[in-house]
Design a protein around this ligand. Structure first.
Ligand code: TXA
Ligand code: MG
Length: 322
């Protein structure tokens, strides 16, 4: 297993062939890197769970290159879901829909729903198209990190997380730094109204603008759905994450660039705006672990736009409920 940079058409073709043969291929998306397997190959998908150390009842997102393959995986698709797909795909949004027979229990965690996403990253899209030209129907891909850990936003981070668990024939495709850096917005579209299951860079306001309505986004029923990112502790580095500014000398510190660094603290990131905050947050947390920093103090951004998703991940990183 090696990181493959400079992904030419022939390299992408080889990677698609490897996937078709049942190997795993980690690849970039605009949100975070995914660990891909042929979504119809039970053995290959089983390896995703092994490599991640993830419980097998946690469902996976199936990635496709365009809406054209949606009907293969999903049925009873409501009109509002089509509206969302037309507005935000390709892009950082995942729709949970009623499954077809193609979406087997090993993908859905035995639920009768399936999560689907069309990513916009150019390399991801080329890879999906190549895989589909070989007869592939979709790539199952969770974030390419060990279960409960911080999602990787570049190929080195994937290697650090998974190299001990991947085999010789698996691959990591390098497509640079993920531009968004925070996992996709997940919308449950299995009822008469949409429910947001995970916040992301497609905000509630953006969803509402497209839907032309003010839906009730919170529903106690949705708590019954297994979303692994909704566990209390998730997206966690080894360091203890504390959401305050009282860093002591030797502690890590992350805040927008207009906040000064507390005396003696180690500045891990100074994003200039909310988009940069999302893009560099996970690398900064990884860097804290690399430096063996024990405590990281973070001033969260305000809860507007992408700030909602960043706050959600920060609360989970420190083991609190958001
Ligand atoms: O941005 C992303 O979504 C990245 C990139 C690689 O696409 N993927 C990602 O996958 O974050 P993962 O597995 O780390 O998180 C997907 C979340 C999990 O919390 C899972 O439980 C939830 O989606 N999920 C998958 N299928 C579901 C379903 N049928 N119903 C409810 N939640 C589902
Ligand atoms: Mg994940």
């Amino acid at each position: 297993m090696a990181i493959i940079s400079n992904c030419t058409a022939s390299i992408i073709k080889d990677a698609a062939l490897a996937l078709k043969e049942g190997h795993l291929v980690a690849f970039p998306t605009e949100t975070v890197y995914g660990l891909g397997a042929d979504a119809t190959n039970e053995k290959a998908v089983a390896r995703i769970y092994e490599v991640k150390g993830r419980p097998t009842d946690h469902p996976l997102i199936v990635h496709i290159s365009s809406m054209d393959l949606l009907d293969k995986w999903a049925s009873e698709i409501p009109e509002y879901a089509i509206k969302l797909a037309r507005a935000f795909w390709p892009g950082p949004m995942t729709l949970v829909l009623k499954r077809t027979a193609l979406a087997k229990d090993f993908i859905t965690g035995s639920q009768d729903t399936v999560a689907i996403r069309v990513p916009s990253h150019t390399l991801a899209n080329q890879f999906l198209k190549e895989f589909e030209s070989l007869g592939g129907l979709g790539i199952a891909a969770p974030s390419a990190n060990r279960f409960g850990k911080v999602s990787p936003t570049n190929s080195q981070a994937v290697e650090e997380e998974l190299s001990n668990f991947l085999s010789e024939n698996d691959q990591i495709l390098d497509g640079g730094q993920s531009q968004i850096g925070i996992e996709s917005t997940i919308v449950d579209c299995t009822r008469h109204f949409p429910i947001e299951l995970r916040s992301g860079s497609i905000t509630i306001e953006m969803l509402e603008n497209v839907l032309g309505m003010n839906p009730s986004w919170h529903d106690s029923e949705s708590n019954k759905v297994r979303v692994s990112g909704s566990l209390e502790s998730h997206y966690s580095p080894n360091a203890e994450v504390i959401l305050s500014s009282f860093a002591q000398p030797g502690d890590g510190f992350i805040a927008l660039s207009n906040f000064p660094t507390p005396s003696g603290a180690i500045r891990l990131a100074s994003p200039k705006d909310i988009d940069e905050y999302g893009k560099i947050l996970y690398s900064a947390l990884r860097f804290a672990d690399y430096r063996r920093i024990k405590k990281v103090y973070i001033i969260p951004p305000s809860e507007n736009g992408l700030g909602v998703a960043i706050n959600d991940r920060l609360f989970k990183a420190c083991g609190k409920k958001s």
